[in-house]
Design a protein. Structure first.
Ligand SMILES: Nc1ncnc2c1ncn2[C@@H]1O[C@H](COP(=O)(O)OP(=O)(O)OP(=O)(O)O)[C@@H](O)[C@H]1O
Ligand SMILES: O=P(O)(O)OC[C@H]1O[C@H](OP(=O)(O)OP(=O)(O)O)[C@H](O)[C@@H]1O
Ligand SMILES: O=C(O)c1cccnc1
Length: 488
């Protein structure tokens, strides 16, 4: 999709500093040295207790097409340093031109619930390649994960209603609109108004009509009648252009005409005013006229909090049209995902663990070649344990430590059921993973959310789901921090 929009390869969709570092790695002979990077976030968005991973499919498409075109190289040749001389020497550009993606990638499947500090994606390969991919991978995964999470929150509020995504007009440009439509669908929406997303992603498309339709006629009734005449099987009438209650009555008149012709009134839409009061009144009028099955759609700057409030007020809304606050993730417009080096092979071919120190414990990265083990019981997910695949205790007795409070331990034994979340996606640059159909991913989100304790799903002061470090990894991390701090 993006390729067609920009008509170019997307390998330059990265920050300049990735390329200058790549050049440095190449000049210093390190370009091909193996590195491990992890993509993770540190804090759930929207003050919530869970996050829904999304964007892997886009990352896979991106990586499959990775490589620098002649035009990319030509452009890079024009970049200059402060002396006006080319930034990159020709041999480096030649190296880039011949570069083919060679990394191993592991990732959690889209639609998985994930928690702070767990790798959503782990990439191993020549450091030059891993480095160049930092920005695009974050770009692809941060946004879609954010929107899928926002959508999942709205689904939690209205588990039995229809959710329509109406955001394209307010989205952050074409790609923001497209990826938001896809992520919203995965997160729990039923359909989108975005027709291109329908075409490209196989998402159901749905819609009503705008105020302009009503305003273009002499009166509202004529507008409704005309719409119903030409689209008798797609009639949801927007009733608030002039007077909502009168609008509902006009919709009922048209509903009766539709019935006389063997059709029905699908719905009415409320787009302003007190949506609780108006939906209750509209429901009464519709029911009294025998239109019990006619839907009441509401739209107007909705978000999960207004939806919850409307539900509490007894609103009779069964279809929610949500745009701006969903596709822009209005109250938190970015997920703070990061991408950090966690291991590097030295000149002798041995892995060395790496951490980034920070004054804030939460920002000190975790070393190693990480995997995430999710323990569950009959009630659902119990805890996640990050471990190093090279050095993990036997499942008979595994101790996990809270990285922020080493006095807090948990022990698991062979009776504990678990699953390792990171799946192989690419092996030596070749895709080994089959992307599931979007419907499967969408279902996965709901199945995963159902495994979470209610307290983790709630919006206000949610519980913190336990995520710990396997003891060997905790010890390795602690030792490395002490060594770096002590200069030993
Ligand atoms: N009963 C309600 N409880 C809580 N929030 C509501 C209720 N009814 C509507 N809202 C929300 O309150 C906001 C009202 O928006 P606004 O002040 O722009 O009024 P409006 O009715 O949309 O007016 P306009 O005619 O300009 O569209 C919207 O976000 C809407 O979803
Ligand atoms: O409110 P959102 O969640 O973004 O949902 C989409 C909105 O887009 C449409 O109107 P538009 O906002 O273009 O015009 P309006 O504000 O005058 O209704 C529609 O009527 C919704 O209100
Ligand atoms: O179909 C609708 O009602 C619709 C579509 C986009 C934005 N607002 C409403």
């Amino acid at each position: 999709m993006i390729n067609r929009l920009y008509d170019t390869s997307l390998s330059l969709l990265t920050d300049l500093y990735q390329l200058t570092m790549a050049y440095g790695y190449w000049k210093s002979g390190k370009a091909e040295q193996q590195a491990v990077f992890n993509l993770y976030f540190r804090k759930h968005p929207f003050g919530g207790g869970f996050t829904v991973a999304c964007g892997l499919s886009s990352a896979i498409s991106y990586l499959n097409e990775y490589g620098f075109s002649t035009k990319d190289i030509k452009y890079l040749r024009t970049l200059t340093g402060s002396d006006g001389q080319p930034l990159f020497e020709e041999d480096f550009l030649e190296y880039l031109k011949n570069l083919s993606f060679q990394c191993d990638v592991y990732a959690v499947p889209e639609g998985t619930v994930v928690f702070p500090n767990e790798p959503l994606l782990r990439i191993t390969g020549p450091i030059l390649q891993c480095q160049l991919l930092e920005t695009p991978l974050l770009n692809l995964i941060n946004f879609q994960t954010l929107i899928a999470t926002k959508a999942a929150r709205m689904r939690l509020v209205a588990p039995h209603d229809a959710l329509l995504e109406f955001g394209l007009r307010r989205a952050q440009g074409p790609d923001g609109g497209m990826t938001a439509s896809r992520a919203a669908y995965i997160g729990g929406f039923d359909a989108t108004s975005n027709v291109l997303a329908g075409k490209l992603y196989g998402i159901p498309v749905k819609g009503t009509h705008a105020h302009s339709w009503v305003m273009s006629f002499e009166d509202e009734l004529t507008a409704f009648e005309t719409y119903a005449r030409y689209l008798p099987n797609n009639v949801t009438l927007l009733v608030d252009t002039y007077d909502t209650i009168k609008g509902v009555k006009n919709a009922i008149v048209v509903g009766e005409q539709l019935r006389a012709r063997g059709h029905d009134l699908g719905g009415i839409r409320l787009d302003s005013g007190d949506l609780a009061y108006l939906s209750i009144e509209a429901r009464k009028l519709l029911d009294a006229a025998g239109f019990e099955n006619t839907s009441i759609v509401a739209s107007n700057d909705l978000d999960e909090y207004i939806m919850a409030s409307l539900k509490n007020q007894g609103a009779k809304i069964n279809v929610w049209g949500v745009g701006t606050k969903l596709v822009t993730a209005y109250d938190q417009p970015a997920l703070g995902g990061v991408y950090k080096l966690s291991a590097f092979k030295n000149g002798k071919g041995e892995w060395e663990n790496k951490v980034k120190l920070s004054e804030q414990t939460i920002k000190t990265s975790t070393p190693g070649i990480q995997q995430v083990r999710r323990y569950r019981n009959e009630k659902g997910f119990v805890a996640d344990m990050i471990f190093d695949v090279r050095n993990v205790q036997e499942p008979e007795k595994v101790t996990m430590i809270d990285p922020y409070d080493f006095t807090r331990h948990r022990t698991f034994n062979a009776n504990h059921a678990y699953e390792d979340l990171l799946q192989p996606i690419f092996s030596a640059g070749k895709q080994t993973y089959e992307i599931p159909p979007i419907e499967e991913t969408k279902l996965r989100v709901q199945q995963q959310l159902a495994q979470l304790h209610e307290g983790i799903r709630r919006f206000v002061n949610p519980h913190t789901y336990p995520v710990g470090l396997e003891k060997n990894l905790f010890d390795a991390k602690t030792a490395l921090i002490l060594k770096l701090r002590g200069g030993e």
